[in-house]
Design a protein. Structure first.
Length: 374
């Protein structure tokens, strides 16, 4: 009786899990089936392999169940006839799986080859992973963090590496995974057919805050991208408001040993020296030159802007492009107040942003300065 109950319970759980696998959300930002680029569509075209695997799995499962029932041990039953040495049977169960594997392997290998073919023309972006954020560098000297901006409808060539441990770059709707390995550079390619936002994250466990190491790829129309590309190459705007000026001074004293801002000056108006040793395991921190032009921060974990409740016509799914974006001041202040309380880090081990023990007035001034870095 107990065995029957256990079988029923196991069967119910199995059916429940099977039903859950069919659950899908078309708005899932990391939906591997929502391909929107040349490379991701190549991968999506292999989805029939899942159907083949299900068919084979069902056949094998039914065969096993029938064998268990037919050949189960019974009192006084003779020993079943052995099939060892049955040539035709052994050839059958050797050739059939080989044929199935060949049918699956040939298109899979062909797809892998196509995914690794370098396009004839592409824009190159250097991608560097580290604990726990991504750095993106362009050919015009622009360096950003967490948010990669690309032109829609164009091929993009990535040069992927790491500064500390092994990471894995993965934006499901644009392409598959590619490891970021210290001391090595891996070529990878992405393309977005349409303007929009494409989310991804590190797909290789890389430490305490691995789950928070996210990626946001923003595909812009060509004209918008060209403008963004030119604006990002400019140095940061010198602040004029008193609070922002105080924030710039605090930055030069407290933050400049790790974070670079092109055009930043100290209280005396001299360019900030970024040649000091960086007290981090990775030896680098996010470039903040145009921090306020991004839509996310802290490993793309938090939105930098909120929707304006006074303008209901704004697309709530994308505060970055809103006509009147509101700075996510509470979260930014909390981040400056105590970073490891917002994202798991080990600052004492020089992994992640340390707590600078800033006063509330210093935090206010820093926020005023950062908000002007557009």
């Amino acid at each position: 009786m107990m065995t029957a109950r256990r079988l029923k319970l196991a069967g119910a759980l199995g059916l429940g899990l099977l039903a859950l696998t069919g659950c899908s959300n078309n708005d899932n930002p990391q939906d591997t089936f929502g391909a929107d680029g040349h490379y991701s569509k190549l991968i999506a075209d292999l989805n029939w392999v899942y159907i083949a695997a299900i068919v084979v799995g069902v056949i094998v499962g039914v065969a096993v169940i029938l064998a268990l029932i037919k050949f189960r041990e019974r009192p006084g039953a003779p020993v079943p006839k052995q099939v060892h040495g049955h040539t035709s049977l052994e050839l059958t169960w050797t050739i059939l799986p080989a044929l199935v594997l060949a049918v699956v392997a040939v298109p899979t290998i062909a797809t892998i080859v196509k995914l690794n073919e370098k396009p004839k023309q592409c824009m190159t972006i250097q991608v560097v992973g580290q604990q726990w954020w991504w750095e993106f560098s362009y050919n015009n000297g622009v360096t950003t963090a967490n948010e990669m901006v690309i032109p829609a409808g164009e091929e993009v060539c990535l040069k992927i590496t790491s500064r500390d441990v092994i990471h894995s770059f993965w934006v499901p709707r644009l392409n598959g995974k590619k490891d970021a390995v210290p001391g090595r550079v891996h070529d990878w390619y992405i393309a977005a057919d349409n303007p929009g936002d494409y989310w991804g994250q590190c797909a290789e466990f890389c430490g305490l805050s691995h789950a928070n190491m996210r990626i946001r790829v923003r595909a812009l129309p060509k004209a918008d991208f060209d403008k963004w590309y030119q604006d990002q190459a400019k140095p940061a705007t010198t602040p004029t408001e008193a609070a922002a000026l105080r924030g710039e001074n605090i930055y030069s004293q407290q933050c400049a040993s790790c974070h670079v801002i092109k055009g930043a000056v100290d209280a005396a108006g001299n360019p900030v020296d970024f040649s000091k040793p960086v007290p981090l395991v990775s030896g680098a921190a996010p470039n903040l030159t145009h921090f306020a032009s991004r839509s996310v921060f802290a490993g793309a974990t938090f939105p930098l802007y909120l929707d304006d409740p006074a303008t209901p016509d704004i697309d709530e799914s994308d505060p970055y492009t809103a006509e009147h974006p509101i700075l996510n001041r509470p979260r930014l202040e909390a981040w400056l107040r105590n970073p490891s309380a917002n994202v798991p880090m080990v600052p004492d081990d020089e992994r992640g942003m340390p707590n600078l023990h800033l006063s509330e007035s210093q935090i206010d001034d820093l926020v005023a300065y950062l908000a002007g870095l557009k």
